[in-house]
Design a protein around this ligand. Structure first.
Ligand SMILES: Cc1cc2nc3c(=O)[nH]c(=O)nc-3n(C[C@H](O)[C@H](O)[C@H](O)COP(=O)(O)OP(=O)(O)OC[C@H]3O[C@@H](n4cnc5c(N)ncnc54)[C@H](O)[C@@H]3O)c2cc1C
Length: 423
């Protein structure tokens, strides 16, 4: 089959940029449109947190499975990230996890991942993708609507920009993120709405960045302290990022209010269930201001449960699933969608209906296990918070798990692989 003419991608976030690279061999031209601007300087990152991606100011861990997926789409990206300051973190030794009264054992398991800010990650990916000959990325190009033929055989979709101009395409990739601004237009063409599963998470992230104190410079550790009802309802993560700095996010659920000031934030950090994060940041210089992000629900839009999705429309990334971020799954699952897209187009069928079916099955297979895992953790966390009596049992179970992992490196490795979606 000859190459198709034109793929239009709405959204130049993680899913959109990676999709452009994945589709470029199968189209003569790939256009990526984003409403946001890139050249934004903020108070922490030289590259800037984009206004339309405010979550970028908070901890963004790319799990090892996500790094492998990205590397398969953009070979060489890991070295490019490291050369721009990403920190290599070894799971089991540098990544330290505190849960319910104890630390996971400390042992080098031979798995590493890269730790960096979301702006650095997105910028390195952007630099890579913008060098692909047939890909054109336009920022400040807000898409107003997608135009579908009401008759399924009525032709390819097109997009209309806010300035009224229209761009014709063979396919439209909807990578516009969790807001899913085009869902209502897609629904209009269907016989009904796209079913949406929602799970209430009522979560806040509150983040500060710090310059590492001299004694911690060169240290690669990432630290996660889970909430522990009865001790602290707040959880905290500290990750080493580029520029010898730390990104530290506190998170709380179940109606707990986020801190309003740096002083309130410091007080919460000091009173986490373990002091290890506090020991690092106490007395360190902060970089920039306190950033807060609230997220009420995780969402799974079930494009697989409706028929009649317009020919040529492909949703990816957070348009399909937007998770509770504390499990760090979002970008890894989005990259799973992109691989599904690449594999579907690699079969070179001229039947877009067939390509879509193939794509969607695999994309949903990428979302579903992550969704189920997060939903069961969320349910458990709510129960634990509601019944403090369950804490003792949980502490005992956790101690037993840690001690098994201490004596059995294979079991420890299995736990690490689960966390990094490698199983
Ligand atoms: C607080 C927080 C912390 C998180 N932490 C992690 C983490 O640790 N690890 C992880 O893997 N994931 C994390 N995530 C999830 C992660 O941010 C998302 O899963 C990921 O960004 C999804 O990528 P995407 O490309 O689908 O959407 P996005 O990255 O949000 O990109 C969407 C793009 O679409 C553009 N757009 C929207 N509407 C239009 C329009 N009309 N016209 C043109 N362009 C448009 C936007 O400008 C944006 O650039 C976190 C999320 C939150 C909220």
């Amino acid at each position: 089959m000859d190459k198709m003419n034109h793929a239009v991608i709405v959204g130049a976030g993680m899913a959109g940029l990676a999709s452009a690279a994945a589709l470029s061999p199968y189209f003569k031209k790939v256009t990526v449109l984003d409403k946001d601007q890139r050249d934004r300087n903020d108070d922490v990152f030289p590259a800037g947190v984009r206004k339309a991606v405010p979550q970028g100011a908070h901890i963004h861990i790319l799990l090892r499975a996500g790094l492998d997926r990205l590397e398969s789409i953009l070979p060489g990206i890991s070295s490019a990230l490291e050369s721009r300051g990403a920190v290599r973190v070894s799971f089991g030794s540098d990544q330290q996890i505190y849960e319910y009264g104890g630390w996971m054992p400390n042992r080098d398991l031979g798995i590493h991942f890269l730790s960096q800010s979301r702006p650095l990650l997105e910028n390195v990916v952007f630099d890579y993708v913008s060098k692909i000959d047939n890909v054109q990325i336009s920022h400040r190009s807000p898409v107003e609507r997608l135009n579908f033929a009401t008759d399924p055989k009525g032709g390819a979709p097109s997009v209309t920009l806010r300035d009224g101009s229209k761009i014709a395409s063979d396919i439209v990739i909807d990578a516009a993120g969790n807001g899913a601004p085009f869902l209502s237009e897609v629904s209009k063409v269907l016989s009904g709405e796209v079913p949406v599963e929602k799970s209430s998470i009522d979560l806040f992230y509150a983040t500060l960045h710090f310059k590492k104190k001299a004694e911690w410079q060169g240290c690669q550790e990432n630290i996660l302290v889970n909430p522990e009802p009865g001790v602290s309802h707040i959880g905290g993560s500290l990750i080493s990022i580029e520029g010898e700095s730390w990104c530290v996010s506190l998170h709380g659920t179940n109606g707990i209010k986020p801190p309003k000031t740096i002083e309130e934030w410091m007080d919460m950090a000091k009173n986490l269930a373990d002091q290890r994060i506090w020991q690092r940041i106490c007395g360190a210089d902060t970089l920039g201001s306190l950033k807060v992000f609230k997220k009420a629900h995780s969402v799974f839009r079930r494009f697989d449960q409706v028929s009649g999705i317009p020919i040529g429309y492909f949703p990816v990334g957070d348009t399909i699933t937007s998770f509770n971020p504390i499990y760090g799954q979002g970008m890894t699952v989005a990259l799973g969608h992109v691989l599904a897209l690449r594999d579907a187009f690699a079969k070179k069928s001229s039947d877009l209906g067939f390509v879509f079916k193939d794509y969607l099955e695999n994309a949903i297979d990428s979302s579903r296990p992550a969704w189920e895992r997060a939903a069961s953790f969320d349910k458990n966390n709510k129960l634990i918070s509601a019944q403090e009596g369950r804490m003792e049992t949980l502490r005992k179970l956790t101690r037993a798990r840690h001690s098994k992992a201490e004596s059995d490196s294979g079991f420890h490795l299995q736990l690490a692989k689960q966390v990094h979606m490698l199983l």
